[in-house]
Design a protein around this ligand. Structure first.
Ligand code: F6P
Length: 373
């Protein structure tokens, strides 16, 4: 019997998604004789049964394309806004899975997608996932596809910012994506020779950062590059956040709970502005002019790097192997250069943060980079 497999891309897009679709599709169709359909726009397209036949020519010419030919969304199967209201679309998804006679569904995504995929696997569907995100924060895999490309883009940006910072004797604070982890900032910061690297894993002391910059000035280096992760936090901010969380957890009545909630919301609101705030603080503390550059979605666009194309092809083609062996409920991970099927239970809800003794952290410290502590 010809196996029918479905494939979707969910969560934020990232370079390498099309290479992975091609990897799964070409191996599944060409090597194993399976048939493939795609679902548009992540779990929403699955819930709404918006399909596209993949195979043959449709899998050609996409290896180098950025984004995803299927489209994506951040919709969750169990909490989807339909007609202005939140609905649990799990039953519709199960029905569409069966009406398309699927033997397996491949979900390409980051941390949120792994969680949603586990929920569907627990409903009895044959699910297999691949780890995609520029943030590199998916647990149980050494690396995710999209990360290398984004790291190259951020490194190129830091390289370019160096010359303008140098010419104007300025501090340039460059904000880099990564959600709640610092992989992208640390990797591109080390590669681009940033003078200060601030990551969520290490709450920073703004005085330590200012002193590092003043120190450079004393050595005749009138400019500095500060690479800051979007999720980085000062010690003051981290302490206030912890206090509000404790307050919420210890709240004994509705009034106390509401007060803690308001406090948390106020602290979270400050997060979106933290890079600009940091630049102002550094100007005051060092007397140097500072400018901010927020790289944003530039980091997610464009052609995937060679490393991401190789990784996506490796994981995608291995995914077809696992389907051929009826291995489901797993994520196809990359471990020490090999592929490994890891149970979704070990991946979902976990976040891979940077260990404080990670070789990249040690290397950054050894070359004199200030990490804010
Ligand atoms: O997860 C990828 C990512 O780019 C994060 O680095 C960032 O925090 C987030 O997505 C941005 O999401 P959106 O594209 O929905 O604004």
């Amino acid at each position: 019997m010809t196996k029918q497999i479905g494939i979707l891309t969910a969560g934020g897009d990232s370079p390498g998604l099309n290479a992975a679709i091609r990897g799964v599709g070409k191996a599944a169709e060409g090597y194993y004789g399976m048939e493939i359909i795609g679902f548009r726009d992540g779990f929403r397209g699955l819930a709404e049964n918006r399909t596209v036949r993949l195979g043959g020519d449709s899998l050609s010419g996409i290896l180098t394309l950025g984004g995803t030919i299927l489209g994506t969304s951040r919709d969750k199967p169990h909490k989807m806004i339909v007609g202005g209201k939140t609905h649990d679309m799990t039953d519709a998804i199960i029905e569409n899975y069966h009406s398309n006679h699927l033997d397996a569904l491949v979900c390409l995504g980051g941390g949120g997608t792994q969680k949603n995929s586990l929920r569907l696997a627990q409903q009895g569907l044959n699910i297999i996932t691949l780890p995609k995100t520029i943030d590199n924060d998916v647990a149980m895999t050494d690396v995710t596809f999209g990360f290398d490309t984004a790291m190259n883009i951020a490194t190129d940006a830091i390289d370019r910012l160096h010359s303008t910072a140098h010419s104007h004797h300025r501090i340039i604070v460059v904000e880099i994506m990564g959600h709640r982890t610092g992989w992208l900032t640390l990797g591109s910061g080390v590669a681009g020779g940033a003078d200060v690297i601030l990551i969520p894993e290490i709450a920073y002391d703004v005085d330590s950062v200012a002193e590092a910059i003043r120190n450079r000035v004393r050595k005749g280096k009138g400019f500095s590059i500060v690479a800051v992760a979007e999720g980085a936090m000062s010690r003051v901010h981290a302490a206030a956040l912890q206090e509000a969380i404790d307050m919420r957890d210890k709240a004994v009545d509705k009034t106390e709970k509401q007060k803690a909630k308001d406090e948390l919301a106020a602290i979270k609101a400050l997060e979106s502005e933290h890079t600009i705030h940091l630049a102002h603080e550094l100007e005051e503390l060092t007397g140097l002019e500072a400018r901010v550059s927020i790289l944003g979605h530039l980091q997610r666009g464009g052609t995937p790097s060679a490393a991401d194309r190789v990784l996506a092809t490796l994981l995608g083609s291995a995914c077809a192997d696992y389907i051929a062996q009826d291995i489901y409920g797993v994520m196809v991970a990359c471990r020490a250069g090999e592929t490994k099927a890891v149970p979704l239970e070990q991946v979902a809800g976990q976040r891979k943060t940077i260990p404080l003794d990670h070789p990249w952290v040690k290397a950054a410290r050894r070359v004199g980079t200030n990490l804010g502590d």
